[in-house]
Design a protein around this ligand. Structure first.
Ligand SMILES: [Zn+2]
Length: 130
């Protein structure tokens, strides 16, 4: 099973398997580019945790816990002074799902309709309430 789509972006620090699979990761790149001006920065401002739901593994919900860094923008004229690093091969900004989980859920919804897709998703370990 491929856990992370682009392993050059993230390194796995810990995997915990209980009822769910929780994969703790962090970025490997020493820099990130400002989403406004594109300037690369290595000056870290702070960190926070971001949790994404991923495709289930053996019927277990998989969560990626990413240690995200906030950087100072190095361009003094940029309107964005601080920005969070992004993972475009993995997810969209502010999304709670990985891209591949979002695609899988959309396909299920289009093929089966809303309620039937939700039932099948729950049976296959995609999370949600019964
Ligand atoms: Zn900038």
């Amino acid at each position: 099973m491929i856990i992370i789509t682009d392993p050059s972006d993230l390194t796995i620090e810990q995997v915990t398997v209980t009822n769910d699979v929780v994969i703790t990761t962090r970025a490997t790149s020493p820099t990130a580019s400002c989403p406004c001006c594109g300037t690369a920065s290595s000056r870290v401002h702070s960190h926070y945790q971001r949790t994404l739901c991923d495709l289930p593994a053996s019927g277990r919900l998989v969560r990626l816990v990413i240690q995200v860094r906030r950087f100072f923008c190095e361009d003094k004229t940029c309107v964005r002074k601080i920005f969070a690093e992004r993972f475009p091969s993995l997810t969209l900004p502010r999304a709670k799902f990985t891209l591949r989980l979002q695609e899988a859920l959309q396909e299920m919804g289009f093929e089966l309709g809303g309620e039937a897709g939700a039932r099948l998703g729950r049976k296959q370990g995609y999370g949600g309430e019964s």
